[in-house]
Design a protein around this ligand. Sequence first.
Ligand code: ZN
Length: 486
Amino acid sequence: MLDQSKAKLLAESSDMTPVQGTVEVDIPIEVLWKCFTRANHWPRWNKCFFWVENCDLVKGQQLIWCFQPIRWWYLYKMPAIAKIVEVEENRKVTWEVVALPGFYARHTYFMEDLGNGRSRFGSWEQAMGWSFRLTKKFWVAHFVFVKDQSLQGVRRLEAIYRKKGNLQEQNLPRKHYWPFLLSLLLLPLFIVGIIVYRFYRAYLRQTAIKLAPGVHAVFGGGGNSLVMQDSNDVLLVDTKFPPASGWLQNWIARNVGSPVTKVVNTHYHYDHTLGNILYPGAQIIAHKNVPALMLAQDGDPMLDQDGDWWSTHRSGIPTTLINDGSHHIAVGNQEVILTHPDIAHTHGDVWVYLPEQNIIATGDIFLHTYYTFFDRGKGGTLLPRLIKTVRTLADSYPAALFVPGHGPLADAADLHQYADYLEFLYHAVEYAYKHGLSEDEAVRNIDLSQWKLHILPSFHHYKLAWATARNNIRWVYQIIGRIFRA
Ligand SMILES: [Zn+2]
């Protein structure tokens, strides 16, 4: 009764006009019907079906199948379940889909004998209900797809019948499932591949920009590097870490005529220094605190703790050490000024100034467009002094071109904006700390979205960590907590 009343409702429904069509073929109706009633063979000639469970089209039985997507590159295989409500011998089968809530559809395939071994095959479908109406556009496209594919399928049967004289199972095309199974297996690999490639593009890929004659910035794959050549003298500021340190070495070999004679480390962190060992002939220069920080065992677990590594790679540890204040070195006939600005990003920072070109490599005193890594170890960040240093740099060199520790080229205004960010972060976290908020509560309460910064990964000791808004709040909270407890 219910079925009948629904069918009646459907007939009266204005949700959609039925999707229907017919095709006339040179197949006797008994032959076509006999072939057609083997529903599990439908996917072999009707391309709207991916798979149909064995069913001999008996009234009252369920029909279960998977539809192919309406475009081959859509990735779904849509399962469906229906009940066969009408079977007329050699003529007609109807089923209704009721498994979806708010959705009722009726589908009929029918045949007519045209005489002289010819038949007319038809497909008819209509649906109604609130969930149908919500996604009507998709469903109508789907019904048109089903109708078109079904009629084309019967044309396909006609071609087989003309050739073979019958429609026995062995003459129907084979349906292969292995491409689908293979793609199921390969899809996760494909997705992982895309993620790896995007990670490579964003963080590992090296790009070099010529800033002035003989001066290049090499971005990505760890901290940014600066390469400066004058006659046979080649200065390299920061050497990255594997594998990008090797790529940088290759880039220098290809693009700079002479070997590196001087290496400057802007600070001790692994992503700026592990490549030092690739330049055994070079003089390695850093602030006097750097060797001890490299060899320390008790630093920030994420940034530091390379003591074991450095103790077995001592050739990479700087031996030309500079004191506080500014120091002049010569690169060919040019002067380069190294300045230790007091404690800032670490206890051993140096920025590198090329006076002739008005270019400054800041190391991690300044990160451009990214959230920051705060070194929470003993030799790490002191935020108020870091902020002061960033402002001093910007004010002292208002027209300079800045190569940040990470991120793209910048000007003095970008440094001020970075100082603004650090100041905002520091004061917000300090306020939260002083008002008794926990670290988690501080993370929930402080909104850093206005700074529009990007996340930055650190890959160290086989662990991936990210500088994010949440982590920036956490790290500053921990630094402030230590200061207040001390
Ligand atoms: Zn750093």
